[in-house]
Design a protein around this ligand. Sequence first.
Ligand SMILES: C[S@@+](CC[C@H](N)C(=O)[O-])C[C@H]1O[C@@H](n2cnc3c(N)ncnc32)[C@H](O)[C@@H]1O
Length: 450
Amino acid sequence: MAAISGAESAAPTQLDLELSTELPRLGIEPEWKAQRRLWGHPFHPMCSYLASFPAALSHAFIARYSRPGDVVLDPFAGRGTVPLQASAEGRIGVGNDLNPFAHLLTASKVEPATAAESRTRLARLRLAWPAASARYLELAAAIQHDPAGGGPEPVPAEVAIAFHPTTFGQLLYVRDALDLDDRVDRFLAAAITGILHGKSASYLSELMPNTFSMAPRYVRDFAARTQFASPERDVFAGLAAKLDRLFRAPLPGSAGISLLGDARDAGRRAASTLRSRGLPDRIRLVVTSPPYLRVVKYGYYNWLRAWFLGFDPRAIDATLDDAHHRAPYLAFMREVLHGLRPALTDDAILVLVIGDVATDRGRTIRNGIGLAEQVWAEAAAPEGYKLAGVALDDVHPARKMTKLWGAEAGRATQLDRILVLGATDLSRRRALSGASVPVDWTWPPRLRAL
Ligand SMILES: C[S@@+](CC[C@H](N)C(=O)[O-])C[C@H]1O[C@@H](n2cnc3c(N)ncnc32)[C@H](O)[C@@H]1O
């Protein structure tokens, strides 16, 4: 690509990247950048999630390219940003992800418990605690003494050291009591994952920041070196405060669907689930950010949350993100787009947020740059999609979750390109004419907007 040729030793600059796009630009103003950080429904920040995008970005496309009652799908839904925002705007938000943690977060947002149900369930847990406490506090002490053999199942040593003994006893009790197949219990479990660890009094452990779990060995060394002892935090009080924050606004206007599975057949599964619920079964809008070309270990960097939910972090990482090189990634994306096609309406629009990777942990890498162009040429065009254009999203490094890999990591993904595709010529024209339609950024939305 012209912008980077002859610059073998230097990392490409932002300007190089911007110049390097050969696709037509779509004139969508990136107004989502001007919104406050927590713009949108209070369920969005229920729990942090690596590489999630802002709710405001999804609103820019949902508001332009869909109407109330339409089905809006994200086949790589992560923590459910798109389906939740769609449901909050009166659409039918459908999220799919292969990561069971992502599936749980999305389900808890699009098929949530009500405030009354959540608080009633919490009150029942709290009332039953005194009778159960002796057993669970004893169990907590035994596990903290011997994580491998102190309880009915081995507990990772770094989990056992993360909490004050009383907090750990309460967590073991709540973990046993909650049934993740139950809508209300699942909501409470998702809310707890959001307060498990972080650096303020709202969190149950101060061992790690809130964004992600640090490497287990680092955590064990850190705890030994500093003689770490987490302050006592009451799980019931912490959860009650979290529920207050989550229920600051009414529930999303319509319910959505959370699916667990591979994006390659998300269209088929979405259509059959929609049909089984008596809902329209064609998707009018897809908004998604596929996995990055680089490795994001969703299990490894969420080991404490995974333990609480009873998921195996290694199993999560073994199933996700299998295409880290460009050629298999493009083949994967082609299969995803192929699978979606039969489930789309004739005027469906697809919005793909694709991270251009310029450096990976300090090393300049070449094959990430221009990825959106390649996704268009090698995955979307051969499947018959029509290109409306590309919008650029210059991501501020300080706000990227990928900064977890240290000083260099903030630069892992420098520029997101947003590919806007039509399923047909009709939808391409719809995408072009809708690009300049003004979007209302009032939140919560005025009633007439729904
Ligand atoms: C960049 S993240 C999406 C984040 C999302 N936009 C949000 O705001 O939370 C990509 C997601 O793709 C998921 N994923 C990876 N491989 C997948 C596959 N084969 N099928 C479905 N989901 C997959 C990961 O679990 C991750 O949640």
